[in-house]
Design a protein around this ligand. Structure first.
Ligand code: GLC
Length: 735
């Protein structure tokens, strides 16, 4: 017996010729050799165990071979606190309070790829330090409707902007030896019926609107993981969808990473085996109904799969393919001895978050230069609104965090005003007093028994005596607001805010409204309010970032990543499509007419347009020129436009390039974003901005031919400070 045991042990650790470490551990060996070596050593049971969760956020490695477990963590805005083994509830650790970064809508509204790289590097370092090797983010689902509860986690309505902005984030995360897991692939554009709804969308809209950001994430970002979404497409769960995973993701895009299910997104073993899923998480098997203690053995890719293999019903080809991809993930992360060690909860990350927030805040309106607040002459500031004090890093679903700290807008303003000005506060309205999420407590008690009338009267009477009034309102992370699992019920602000704002405007004409949200909202008072700021969910440094912009320390430079429609039916999904559809189905009848694409086509003036954002300085654009009048499909063409800072302070401007196809055999949007550049200019400084494009920027997707087509003919390059603030155009020909 002893001899056998010795043989077995020796067999397990057969050393290769030079008596070095086993090939699969040898980082000098080609990855494929290491993968095959590990595969040879693994039993079928060990292989199957890698395909599914062993706990809420982890999956098995191979302890016998020293291949580590895989540990996933939410979320896109910061590292979720440790949870109990098999629960969503936090585990109550005391070493896992993180830096909360701004929501990804804010990152997107910076239109600054450097901010995206900074973001990825920072959040990746936090994940690395917490020993997580897969970050469940970023999310790049397109903003189809302003009612989608999770839009705050995503990057807006335009596929080109989302694609450009997601790539550096992924690279930054993965520099830490942590996989970015881009989600939710695909067509997860609403929360209502998200587990059951089959999305009906034409191929052209799929390829031109809903896939490009994922394609960029894979082909340019080099994402090591992708998360399948809950919904269905063509009648198959996206987590095991032949079309999206086998045909497009792997077949057309050449993705070699792992496909991870959303939590509970798997419901069929055979489909999971053959339609490209690699790792199954969160399945709803309580195990107990089958009389066994470990529910994880009942995952679709656990015992049911093993049974099919043992009975000969299926082979092990797909099993090995899946394990190969998971082993490669291990070699890139947990078994990569060269990866950095990360860092966590640092001032550096907090300041990174502040910078991103400062660059993402959008100045929507600023009549008579009410902003910035001049603290040399302003003596009494009144802050009004629940969002001046409410914690926003707790709640909203899986992106909820346990942050080390969160500076509220009121505290940020008070700290910044210091002795210059008195900052008073009135609640104005009472909205959501929830105090915890998944066991993370806000530590706030926002309950307020006063009536709407009393709250309003207090705010209005205090407003009369203030030099300036700042109303902090908008949405929050509670259900039916900006939150996972539910969608909003309408475009309007909740909690009687419109009334409060309207009354404040009558009481004091120096009123600033700061809308803190991840979605567009209706603003019936827009003409009564001289200054409006889009504040986003800004994370740990929220109050400091907002105060620095409101008082002019920072010149705002963000621009909207989505349109603000005046009313819902200005939006394609609500005018032409279905939303939210039924439990079974939702039809994207609007096709490609999403966001500004529809506003342009129907000449509908938005409340605030895609790409809009003001500055405390002014910019002047010269006339755009091109380096050629015509181009062939093999050429590139370069456009140049001079931009000058004609104001009296430094500022950054986001110059946008849109392309228009003057004549096409298929209906095309009036214009589509195909380039942008954010330039920083001192007062009086002028710079030339150039954009070089090729035929890809001229193409549309022809669903019948299933290919991208650039049709010869006349085109226009359109330079804009936003999608409606057009500065100049120039025609050119594609031969
Ligand atoms: C959630 C979300 C997904 C998250 C996962 C784990 O339901 O859809 O974004 O990463 O499950 O929490």
């Amino acid at each position: 017996m002893k001899a056998v045991f010795i043989l077995l042990v020796a067999g397990t650790f057969t050393l290769n010729a030079q008596n070095k470490i086993p090939v699969y551990m040898d980082e000098t060996k080609p990855v494929n050799e290491r993968v095959e070596d590990a595969l040879l050593r693994m039993t079928t049971e060990e292989k199957a165990a890698m395909l599914h969760a062993q706990s809420k956020f982890s999956s098995a490695g191979v302890a016998r071979l020293g291949i580590p477990e895989n540990w996933m963590t939410d979320g896109p805005h910061g590292i979720r606190p440790e949870v109990l083994w098999d629960e969503w509830e936090q585990a109550g650790w005391t070493n896992d309070s993180c830096i909360a970064f701004p929501a990804l809508t804010c990152l997107s509204s910076t239109w600054n790829k450097e901010m995206s790289l900074l973001y990825g590097r920072s959040i990746g370092a936090e994940a690395r330090y917490r020993n997580k090797n897969v970050l469940l983010g970023p999310g790049v689902n397109i903003y189809r409707t302003p009612l989608n509860g999770r839009n705050f986690e995503y990057m807006g309505e335009d596929p080109y902007l989302a694609g450009r902005m997601v790539v550096p984030y992924i690279k930054g995360v993965q520099e830490n030896g942590v996989a970015a897991c881009v989600k939710h692939y695909a067509l997860n554009n609403q929360e209502t019926n998200r587990h059951t709804v089959n999305v009906i969308v034409d191929d052209r809209a799929l390829y031109e609107i809903y896939l490009p950001a994922f394609k960029a994430a894979v082909q340019e970002g080099g994402a090591w993981a992708i998360m399948g979404s809950y919904n269905l497409y063509k009648g198959q769960q996206c987590c095991h969808n032949r079309y999206l995973l086998n045909d497009i993701l792997r077949g057309e895009w050449g993705f070699e990473g792992v496909v991870i299910s959303d939590w509970g997104g798997v419901n069929d073993t055979r489909e999971a085996i053959f339609h490209g899923l690699d790792m199954e998480f969160g399945s709803w098997t309580d195990g107990l109904t089958d009389g066994v203690s470990n529910a994880y053995d009942h995952y679709y890719l656990a015992l049911p799969y093993l049974k099919m293999i043992r009975s000969g019903e299926v082979g092990t080809k797909e099993l090995d393919e899946k394990v190969r991809r998971i082993l490669r993930l291990s070699f890139l992360t947990t078994m990569n001895s060269k990866r950095p060690y990360g860092s966590f909860g640092t001032e550096e990350h907090a300041l990174a978050g502040r910078r991103i927030a400062q660059e993402g805040i959008v100045l929507l309106k600023n009549e008579n230069n009410i902003l910035p607040i001049d603290l040399n002459v302003t003596k009494r500031i009144l802050a009004v609104g629940e969002n001046a004090i409410k914690m926003m890093t707790v709640g909203g679903g899986s992106s909820s965090l346990k942050a080390i700290y969160e500076v509220s807008p009121l505290d940020g303003l008070k700290q910044r005003a210091g002795l210059h000005a008195e900052v008073l506060y009135a609640r104005g309205y009472a909205g959501d007093a929830s105090r915890s999420y998944n066991g993370v407590k806000t530590g706030q008690n926002l309950s307020d028994s006063r009536s709407e009338r009393e709250l309003l009267d207090e705010a209005v009477s205090m407003a009369k005596d203030a030099d300036i009034v700042i109303f902090f309102g908008g949405l929050n992370k509670s259900d039916f607001q900006d939150s996972e699992g539910t969608d909003r019920k309408g475009l309007e602000l909740p909690y009687n805010q419109d009334k409060v704002i309207t009354e404040l405007a009558k009481a004091n004409n120096k009123l600033v409204v700061v809308n803190i949200s991840g979605n567009a909202v209706a603003m019936p008072w827009v003409n009564q309010v001289p200054a409006i700021v889009q504040g986003w969910y800004l994370g740990t440094e929220a109050g400091h970032a907002l105060a620095s912009v409101l008082t002019g320390d920072v010149n705002p430079s963000g621009k909207l990543p989505f349109s603000f429609p005046v009313k819902l039916t200005d939006n394609g999904a609500h005018a032409m499509g279905e939303f939210p559809g039924t439990k079974e189905e939702v039809k994207y009848n609007e096709g490609i007419w999403v966001g500004y694409r529809r506003h342009d086509a129907k000449k509908i003036k938005p409340l605030f347009s895609f790409g809009h954002g003001l500055s405390y300085t002014t910019f002047e654009y010269g006339k755009v020129s091109a380096d050629r009048k015509e181009m062939t499909a093999n050429d590139k063409i370069t456009f140049t436009v001079n931009v000058k800072n004609t104001g009296n302070r430094e500022g950054a401007e986001i110059v946008q390039l849109y392309i228009r196809d003057l004549k096409s055999s298929l209906p095309r949007p009036v214009k589509e974003l195909k380039g942008f550049d954010k330039i920083r200019l001192n007062a009086g400084e002028e710079k030339a901005v150039t954009f070089t494009i090729d035929k890809e920027a001229l193409s549309y997707f022809d669903a019948d031919k299933h290919e991208w087509i650039a049709e010869p003919g006349d085109f226009e390059a359109i330079i804009g400070a936003s999608s409606t603030d057009i500065k100049s155009k120039i025609g050119f020909k594609l031969k």
